[in-house]
Design a protein around this ligand. Structure first.
Ligand SMILES: Cc1ncc(C[n+]2csc(CCOP(=O)(O)OP(=O)(O)O)c2C)c(N)n1
Ligand SMILES: [Mg+2]
Length: 588
């Protein structure tokens, strides 16, 4: 597309207008932006472009950052958020760090104090570029209006190419107000950023194909890079051609359908027994867009210790970082898989191995006590999965037990239908992320499966949902505790409760002396809070009432919070304790 046709180069424009025109030129449809003194010119500009670009006002900048991520994770396109200088900018920091660890293309735009006072501790000045230096893929402090158009193009290019990530553009107020005639086609100035060469060599593809042909117990280990490179169809074709089973990371969920007989579901600390056993016994591990994260590997030296490893990743710094690869391939995963699919042949005979994996899957499934009288978290998720099956459904989650159970029990079918803060593990991610997913997919069912701790970290976004007509559903698995930390207290600290109860401190539960499986009091009153924000809401505690309550939630025309009463004694299993091996797996 020629940008020159979109705005005449001779026309004088303010820096703020150039920023917004740049967003429009990049095809951005929605921005999550919270105003303040140092970003007002850009907000004024946003109103001038309101027929081309929707501006959503979150109720906290962190919510805006996560909403932009939800947009990005569910579409593959870059998400855009904006904040003012100082506290507005620092409120974005967590969402930027989160995008960095999960390789999400995010454009974060901040207002800054005027250039003459930078460095003077001016009102609402924070050195946001300095603060974010280690958590961005790249960052800019723009000091000349003539650079704005080029910087914006570079920002989108960097955020979306190679290994995606967040780019910060900090714009002093005087630069926003200054005028110039923008050069929309000025070449980008990115020496050293050469990502076009990140393509597997034909020889590497041949080596990978040869290793697959010879393998007797091969396994595919698929992660976020499969989604980032839109390689899900190529992965499915590889599996069709070779019959090799697939396990996924928390980031990779959705890239291969859980219900397929060759899916071994999630691996790692709370992954399936069968996936972890398959990793233990495989002789070839085909690692695609993954980083051998410690939550996946446990003790690295024992991880897939008898396997030859093919590791394909677009980021060369991931290869041989945690685990040496026998066939390291720097490549866009989709490109590599498409090339591989042209020549790959099925291994001689892996039917015994595949039967073994499938037998483990039958014998050691994710399970819970389905005779339990009340509602268990796992049951609620499995019911939601069943009831929403025929709809276009997107799931977001907070961080904690509910997140892991969602990964285990929600049956995903399609890429980009799952959004989880995985690398950073940020509580408060689920609700605003769902908001961004819904903005991108107005007619889809978007459900935030959340924990009561996580939900409260960005609960203010219920206001955004109501005011912006975003009909997100929240299925709140309310155990009145910071359940995941409680689980670690129970397992590793003799059950000593250390600030993990979310009710009043005089309750017995605060000391771990509660007598019931439910807390003394349901606190806070989430139904009243949700209604106060203008959302629909209901609570459910009887198992028999659950399906109807889920139906009511799904069919409600606006945003809705379903407060599900669950016990707090449940543990997420299986569990491989941190730094240990599959032999230490806890099953009950
Ligand atoms: C911002 C943030 N603070 C603290 C933590 C540590 N942490 C991880 S899980 C968890 C408990 C989450 O509780 P809740 O959201 O209620 O989920 P549950 O485990 O009860 O399902 C905590 C405190 C975190 N991940 N993120
Ligand atoms: Mg909880």
């Amino acid at each position: 597309m020629s940008h020159a046709s979109l705005a005449r180069p001779t026309q004088l424009m303010s820096g703020a207008d150039i920023v917004v025109q740049s967003l429009v030129n990049q095809g951005v449809e929605v921005i999550f932006a919270y105003p303040g003194g140092a970003s007002m010119p850009m907000h004024q500009a946003l109103t001038r472009f309101s027929n081309q670009l929707r501006t959503i006002l979150p109720r906290h900048e962190q919510g805006g950052g996560f909403a932009a991520q939800g947009y990005s994770r569910s579409t593959g396109r870059p998400g855009v958020c904006m904040a003012t200088s100082g506290p507005g900018a620092t409120n974005l920091v967590t969402s930027i760090a989160d995008a960095k660890l999960d390789s999400i293309p995010l454009i974060a735009i901040t207002g800054q104090v005027p250039t003459p006072v930078i460095g003077t501790d001016a009102f609402q000045e924070t050195p946001i570029v300095e603060i974010c230096r280690g958590i961005t893929k790249h960052h800019y402090l723009v000091t000349d209006v003539r650079n704005v158009a080029r910087v914006m193009r570079e920002a989108f290019h960097i955020a979306t190419t190679g290994r995606p990530g967040p780019v910060l553009v900090d714009l002093p107020k005087d630069v926003q107000l200054a005028q110039c005639s923008p050069q929309w086609d000025e070449p980008m100035n990115l020496p050293g950023y050469r990502i076009k060469t990140r393509r597997a060599e034909p020889e590497q593809i041949r080596q990978a194909a040869a290793a697959i042909k010879l393998a007797r117990r091969p396994l595919i280990y698929a992660g976020g890079g499969v989604l980032a490179s839109e390689a899900s169809p190529a992965l499915r074709e590889l599996v069709r051609k070779t019959g090799i089973p697939v396990t996924m990371t928390l980031m990779g969920l959705g890239c291969y359908p859980n219900e397929d007989p060759l899916s071994l579901d999630m691996l790692g600390m709370h992954g399936s027994v069968y996936a972890n056993w398959a990793v233990r016994d495989c002789d070839l591990l085909i690692a695609l867009g993954v980083r051998f994260d410690d939550r996946v590997t446990g003790k690295v030296s024992a991880f897939a210790k008898d396997a030859k490893i093919i590791h394909i990743d677009v980021d060369p710094s991931e290869l041989n970082k945690n685990k040496p690869a026998h066939i390291p391939v720097v490549s866009d995963v989709r490109y590599a898989l498409e090339e591989l699919n042209k020549i790959v042949e099925a291994p001689e005979d892996i039917s015994g191995w595949v039967r073994q994996c499938q037998q483990w899957k039958r014998e050691m499934p994710f399970k819970y006590d389905d005779r339990f009288e009340g509602i268990l978290q796992q049951h609620a998720i499995a019911e939601l999965s069943r009831i929403s099956k025929s709809r276009e459904t997107y799931i977001t989650v907070g961080v904690g037990q509910h997140q892991m159970w969602s990964a285990q029990f929600f049956q995903l079918r399609e890429p980009r239908t799952w959004a989880s803060s995985s690398g950073l593990g940020t509580m408060g991610f689920g609700l605003p992320a769902a908001m961004g997913v819904q903005a991108a997919h107005p007619n889809a069912l978007v459900v935030d499966i959340d924990g009561d701790g996580s939900f409260q970290m960005n609960i203010q976004e219920l206001a955004t949902l109501h005011c912006e007509n975003l009909p997100v559903k929240v299925m709140l698995l309310n155990n009145q505790h910071l359940g995941m930390v409680v689980q670690w207290e129970d397992r590793f600290h003799a059950g000593n409760r250390a600030h993990t109860y979310l009710g009043p401190v005089h309750h017995a539960e605060a000391y771990g002396k509660g007598e019931s499986i439910y807390a003394t009091q349901r606190y806070p009153n989430f139904v009243a809070i949700a209604k106060g924000y203008g959302c629909g809401a209901a609570s459910v505690s009887r198992k028999a009432d659950l399906p109807a309550a889920i139906e009511e939630m799904i069919n409600y025309p606006g945003p809705f919070v379903l407060d599900v009463e669950v016990p707090y004694q449940e543990h997420v299993l299986p569990m491989i304790p941190s730094g240990r091996t599959v032999d230490d797996i806890i099953l009950e």
